[in-house]
Structures are given as structure tokens and as C-alpha cells.
Write a protein of this length. Structure first.
Length: 92
């Protein structure tokens, strides 16, 4: 897991016995033809904690919302292996 570190404005390893932590308020700023950049993790955002849903006609899960670009100091693979994701609701 991970947490948001306010001091460095990036993802950091989670603190002991903290399974879920809040992210700060996020401003989604659309950008045309964005190609990505170094030092960010494409964090998946889900509606609910289960991470599963039914596949819609578009081929996407009904639970998946979008990827959210989050600054990080480690390589993004570190957070992928840790299973880091954001959730809009912990209970439904």
C-alpha cells in the first residue's frame, strides 16, 4: 500500500496499520494528446473497493472509472506490484 506524503507531494510507503488513507482533493485538468511523463504513477480509480465489475459493451469494467496520474518518487512498477489503487467509496 501507500499514502500521500504532503511534505514531498508524492506517493510514499504506507504507515503501519493503515490500510486506507485519504488523498487530497484532486483537480482533473484535461490536456489534449497527453503523452505521459517520468515520475508519475497511473493510479487506477475504482467506484468501490471490490475492484471488480461487469464488462460493459465498451470492454471496460463498470467499476473502473479512469487512471489518475499521481506523482511518485519510486518507479511506477513499485506501486503496481503493491496493488495501489484509489477508490471513490470504501463501502457501498
Amino acid at each position: 500500500g501507500c499514502r500521500w506524503d504532503d511534505k514531498v507531494h508524492a506517493l510514499a510507503p504506507s504507515l503501519p496499520k493503515q490500510l486506507f488513507v485519504q488523498l487530497p482533493v484532486v483537480l482533473f485538468k484535461p490536456e489534449l494528446d497527453w503523452k505521459g511523463k517520468e515520475g508519475v504513477y497511473p493510479c487506477p480509480v475504482y467506484k468501490v473497493l471490490s475492484r471488480k465489475g461487469t464488462l460493459s459493451t465498451t470492454g471496460h469494467s463498470t467499476n473502473f472509472v479512469r487512471d489518475m496520474v499521481v506523482p511518485c518518487r519510486e518507479h511506477p512498477d513499485h506501486w503496481i506490484r503493491a496493488g495501489v489503487a484509489a477508490f471513490l467509496a470504501l463501502k457501498y
